[in-house]
Write a protein that binds this ligand. Structure first.
Ligand SMILES: [Zn+2]
Length: 303
């Protein structure tokens, strides 16, 4: 069932209020990727148990796997069933057209990422396409997120270490955030302060002093991508400084796959795999709960 434009606008207004609450109350909301229904169930259960608002997010590949309208419907059905505050974020969309389709489908949050789709994209091109999405989103009130450069890593389990000196070259700067926000009119800036997509054999290190500088020069909402494998104390401090949204993917995927492999090995004669899934999403739920606690969003839901 498609949402009406007034339902979509009511949802985006609630999403904007949520971001205001993150700033006033010093917490961040988790944006958790899904690529199947079980992972969505895990997120819903964690959100309900901890009374936390959550964003469910889907990348381009995840949209193709599940379908844009199916994602909207599943999230709306579970939102009602669990009585939780939940929104959808389009994560790392490679094109303006894909963003427009998600805005039409009623996604409350849109992340346009031209530089990841094309590493050679010029600043002018990134600004122009981001502005086009910002303008289109005004019809529904969807919040638009972007960043001026390619973001490091990939959402997977990495065996190599982190080259911290190389990563530092891609960090956001106070001048950069200000000029990009002024040029594009985005709602949310995806900051690079040591956060990196994926899970690595060494813990990530976030530059919280830089985060504070970014916070001081702009009033834009700030998001952190690549939250997996980050010591939890960083999240607590980042939320207090003024980060509104933190993305989590790899830690959940890791729990999903490892638990699935374990239960399949333990039940070699069970072909109704659905019977084995509660243990799998139970482990993913634990990951989501741990992040919610660290982000400070437990008890912050308004439904
Ligand atoms: Zn990301």
């Amino acid at each position: 069932m498609s949402l009406t434009i007034s339902q979509i606008r009511a949802n985006t207004l609630r999403a904007r209020h949520l971001y205001q609450r993150t700033r006033r109350q010093g917490f961040a909301v988790g944006a958790f990727n899904i690529d199947n229904q079980e992972t969505l169930i895990a997120i819903c259960r964690a959100a309900q148990k901890l009374n936390s608002p959550v964003l469910v997010e889907v990348s381009d590949g995840e949209v193709k796997a599940i379908g844009l309208e199916n994602i909207r419907d599943m999230v709306d059905n579970y939102k009602d069933e669990y009585g939780i505050e939940m929104y959808i974020n389009l994560d790392h969309s490679p094109s303006v057209d894909d963003c427009k389709r998600a805005i039409d489908a009623g996604f409350e949050f849109i992340h346009i990422d031209i530089s990841q789709a094309n590493h050679d994209a010029t600043t002018e091109e990134i600004i122009e396409k981001t502005r086009e999405v910002v303008e289109y989103a005004k019809f529904t009130g969807a919040l638009v997120e972007s960043e001026p450069h390619y973001f490091g890593g990939s959402s997977n389990v990495h065996t190599e270490g982190i080259d911290f000196e190389e990563i530092k070259k891609t960090f956001s700067t106070p001048e950069g955030i200000k000029s990009f926000v002024d040029a594009t009119g985005i709602d949310t800036f995806a900051a690079a302060i040591g956060n990196l997509h994926g899970k690595y054999p060494v813990p990530k290190v976030l530059d919280l002093e830089l985060l504070q500088q970014l916070r001081d020069v702009s009033d834009v909402q700030i998001s952190l991508h690549g939250g997996s494998g980050t010591p939890l104390h960083y999240f607590e401090e980042a939320a207090k400084i003024g980060v509104s949204k933190i993305n989590i993917n790899s830690d959940m995927r890791y729990a999903f796959r490892k638990t699935l492999e374990k239960v399949l090995a333990e039940h070699p004669d069970e072909y109704a795999v659905v019977k084995l899934m509660p243990e799998v999403y139970g482990e993913v739920q634990k990951v989501v709960e741990e992040k919610i606690q660290a982000f400070g969003s437990a008890g912050k839901s308004v439904v």
